[in-house]
Structures are given as C-alpha cells and as structure tokens.
Ligand binder design. Structure first.
Ligand code: ADP
Length: 501
C-alpha cells in the first residue's frame, strides 16, 4: 500500500486544520438545535477526520426561515443583476485564492485524487460561478404585440427559496453547479451537502460571506438524507427543489413535493451509460477513452460509460489492449501524485461494488482484470473489467457507481443502438468512430441527454446536462439551468384609441 501523505514534508503536503464544522445559517456558523454531530471519515483509512453539526428538521426550519426572510424582504433578489454578478465574481476570486486548502479538504473527505481536484474541480467551480455571474444581468422577458387591444410583456422573476440536495462524488462541482444559477437568478438557498462530504461546502459558505453575499441568501446544512434531506423536500416554505443523486431518492423527492406544496423539482439521477466503439475507431484512443469513462473518479460518476459495446472486428484486440492498459492504472493514496484512483467514498459504497462484482462472476461474466479490494486498509477497489457480459446480467443493468467495466460485443450499428437504448436510464452516451454518418445516426438514435463523439466527460458550463428517461428531469449547466430558478410573470395592459389597432 502506498504511504499515506498526511503532513508528508517530502512532498510539501500538509493536511489543513478543519476550520468549519457547524451549520451555516443566516450568515453565521451555528450548532445544531439538538447539539448533535456526526463524523466524516477519511476513506483512505476509515478513520474520523472530524465531527460536523447535524441538521435535522428543526435546523432546516431555521435555515428556511432565514432564506425566506432574505427572499421576501432582503436585498439579494432586488439588487441589479450586475451587482449580484459582481459579488459572485468576488466569490470566485476567493475560491481561487483558497484553492489549495479547498483541494486538500475535498480530496481528504471524498478520496478523490488530489491532482485531479486541483486541476479540474477547483478551477471549474470558479469558472461556473463566473459563467452565471455574467448571466445575472441578462435575464430578460419578452414583449408581445397581442391580438386584441392589449399589450403584454413577461418578467422573469426568481422562483424564491430553493432547496438543493447534492451527492458526495463531486462535492464542490455539484455545489456550484446548483448554487451558481440560483444565485444569479436572485433566489435564496438552503443546500444540503451529502453526509459523506460536508467539509468543502462549509468552507465555501465562509467564502460566500467574505464575498458579500448577504445573510440568509446561502444556507449550508449538513445532515442525513432521511432527516435533513426529507425536511427540505417536503418543506411548505421552499419554492423549488433541485436534486442530484440516486434514482431511488429522486423518486422520494418527487413524492415529497406531491404531498406537500407541489414545488417544482429538477432531478439529475443515475445512469448506465453506453460507450459504442466501432470497427473503424482509432483503437488506442478507444481503449484510453473506455478506461477513462469508467475508472475516472473511481467510477463514482453518474455519467460513467459502464457498458462498453465493441464491434466484432476489433473486439478481441480491444480486450487484449484493455487488459494491458488496466495494469498501468495506478490505485493508491489520492494525495500521491502518481495515483489515478483513490478509495471509494465509504464502506457502504465499497461493499456495494464488491457485491456487484460477485454477482457478475456468479452470472457467468468473465473477469478480465481486478475484482478485489486493493491494499490492506481503506476502501480501495481494483479497476475491474468483465467480458462476455450479457444484457440481462445485473452488472449490465444496474448503476454500480464503482470502477467496473462491462464489455459486450456487437455486429451492426443497428444492434449497438438497440442494445445501448436497452436501459431504464438515459444520462449520457459515447461513440467512437471516424465515420460521420455513423456518428450522426447514433447521436440521433440514442435516448440520452448528452452524446460524446470521440470524447468522454466533455463538460462545459455552456452545455446543458441532464437525463432522459429515469435519469432525471430538467437540465443543469448552460443558460438553460437559469430557467430552473426563474418563473415567468405576464403583465398585460390595454391600449385605448390606437389608430394602429
Ligand atoms: P447515494 O445512494 O449515491 O449515496 P443518494 O441519492 O442516497 O445517493 O444521496 C444523494 C443525496 O440525497 C445526499 O445528500 C443524501 O443525503 C440525500 N438523500 C438521501 N435520502 C434522501 C431522502 N429520503 N430525502 C431527501 N434527500 C435524501
């Protein structure tokens, strides 16, 4: 097992003091009403990093009260979009000023590889904030020349108090994917980070205050799903809920809305995304993409390309090269700069992945590589590839959320499309081909929210992201996401005595 890099002076790396462990409500860090706390663990060892205040219903009520006051009577929804954007840009600057501490905290709490967090996650969240900051003063309605003696126009108004519930696989990225458009729209927010990864959300809560976001606008309430999460989704004073997480919990959130105040709900849920690799593909590129598509972030990715369909002409060679390449995928301490895959987020996730791997073996798939825990402690799983996978096997149907690739063979493009669509999910899909016609046909035929041609994980703030079928409702990112946090008011006035009517 690779050495742990806690305070390792050789690499100049020192784990930070955890400064913020309380709930952030109305611009202050406060204890929970009950005084209860819960532990957040280091997935490299299973040891406790620290304890964090635990929000339950009473705390959510306080956070909603603050957000309600900030929305109904506060300055944030009423100030100019330009001014909101300016404060959001300051928030982004502060993230960049604190990027190293944020990256270390994120990696420590989640097991994500530090070099990726530094390079991608922390940089991208500052960018996301600035993207929506730039949109804050460009929110316009329309003017309508109506049929009768009337003139109408629309106003786009912030939807109100927003509840946001996010998962643990990309804690910072998810936080800013949700709060940035809501802030730009002029909403006020109660956000619950996942119980596994509360630390960076609390850290950035402090930065939001330093940036000048007024009290009550952004409230951060760590806690568990069935208590804090459920209190948000069923709250009568919350005007909208945005959620990213499992399809099972997405269903509960919709039900909670239905049985409370019918708040609109946007959901970004699970996936079982196909990656189709055609005979004409550049084989080395395809092998690299397939590996990236499912082993990145230890497979804890909703868009993981976990079903890899390879055309029969290159299938055997693809299998051979994939097995070789898997050997160079370095598992180990996420603070080690040579490592590509850290530990799974917690024991529950670790056990779940291993039990899917056992299922795959029992169902008759061939284990090409991996299949076991890695190391002596912590929640590491070897990168695992199954071949001879059949469509009706559990490993080909369920979202595993771990580093497990299922390889399947196809003959014709029609067959690949049919197999790719044979899933209840529809989040993402990839196609590797040099044939434009095949790329276009597949793109139009796959029922998924994003199609990547000769690439994977090609996210951008400008590109809407979300699912078809049971992968969700609505879109994050892009200007589209602003609409989640706006509603349209129509204003009509009569026009009398106009000679032009
Ligand atoms: P996973 O199963 O991958 O942990 P979940 O969908 O359970 O993903 O978790 C995503 C987020 O949803 C977390 O913040 C979690 O606390 C929250 N959550 C879990 N259960 C509920 C629930 N019943 N109501 C609201 N939120 C929930």
């Amino acid at each position: 097992m690779a050495a742990q890099y806690n305070g390792d002076s050789e690499n100049g790396l020192k784990l930070p003091q955890v400064k913020f462990t309380k709930l952030f409500i109305n611009g202050e860090f406060v204890d929970s009403v009950s005084g209860k706390t819960f532990e957040t663990i280091d997935p490299r060892t299973g040891e406790t990093i620290t304890r964090v205040a635990e929000a339950v219903k009473e705390d959510i009520d306080l956070a909603v009260k603050a957000a309600r006051e900030a929305f109904d009577n506060g300055i944030w929804p009423r100030m100019s979009g330009y001014e909101r954007g300016r404060i959001m840009c300051k928030f982004a600057d502060l993230i960049e000023e604190n990027k190293e501490e944020l990256a270390l905290l994120e990696s420590w709490d989640s097991g994500k590889v530090l070099s990726f967090v530094r390079l991608r996650d922390v940089r991208s969240v500052a960018k996301t904030l600035r993207y929506y900051a730039g949109a804050a003063d460009k929110i316009h309605g329309e003017t309508m020349k109506m049929g009768g003696e009337l003139q109408g126009y629309t106003l786009k108004e912030p939807i109100g108090v927003v509840g946001q519930i996010i998962p643990w696989n990309y804690p910072l990225v998810m936080f800013f994917m949700k709060v940035s458009p809501a802030l730009a729209a002029g909403c006020t927010i109660v956000i619950k980070p996942a119980e596994q990864t509360p630390l960076t959300a609390l850290f950035v809560a402090d930065l939001s205050k330093q940036a000048g976001i007024p009290p009550g606008v952004l409230n951060v309430v760590p806690g568990f799903g069935q208590t804090a999460g459920a209190a948000i989704s069923s709250h009568m004073e919350i005007d909208k809920v945005a959620f990213t997480g499992s399809t099972e919990v997405g269903r509960l959130i919709l039900q909670a809305s239905g049985s409370s105040n019918l708040k609109p709900v946007s959901l970004e849920l699970g996936g079982k995304s196909p990656l189709i690799i055609c005979d004409d593909a550049d084989l080395d590129m395809a092998v690299d993409l397939a590996r990236l598509a499912v082993f990145t972030n230890k497979g804890e990715i909703c868009v993981a390309g976990s079903r890899v369909f390879v055309q029969e002409g290159i299938y055997d060679e693809f299998v051979k090269r994939s097995a070789e390449k898997a050997k160079s995928w370095v598992v180990g301490d996420p603070f080690d700069p040579n490592v590509l895959q850290g530990p799974q987020v917690d024991k529950k996730q670790f056990n779940k992945i291993l039990s899917y791997i056992e299922h795959g073996k029992r169902e008759g798939a061939t284990l090409l590589t991996g299949g076991k825990p890695w190391g002596e402690k912590g929640y590491y799983v070897e990168p695992t590839i199954f071949t001879d996978v059949e469509e009706d096997m559990l490993i080909a149907k369920d979202e595993i959320f771990g580093p497990v690739m299922s390889l399947m063979k196809f003959k014709t493009i029609e067959e690949a499309i049919q197999k790719a669509n044979n899933t209840r999910y529809g989040l993402a899909a990839g196609i590797v081909t040099n044939n434009l016609n095949i790329a276009n046909t597949v793109s139009r035929s796959i029922r998924a929210g994003v199609i990547w041609i000769n690439c994977y994980f090609a996210f951008d703030d400008d590109i809407p992201f979300g699912g078809y079928k049971m992968s969700g409702i609505g879109r994050d990112l892009g200007l589209q996401a602003l609409e989640n946090y706006l509603q349209i008011k129509s204003v009509v006035t009569p026009i009398y005595d106009s000679p032009w009517l």
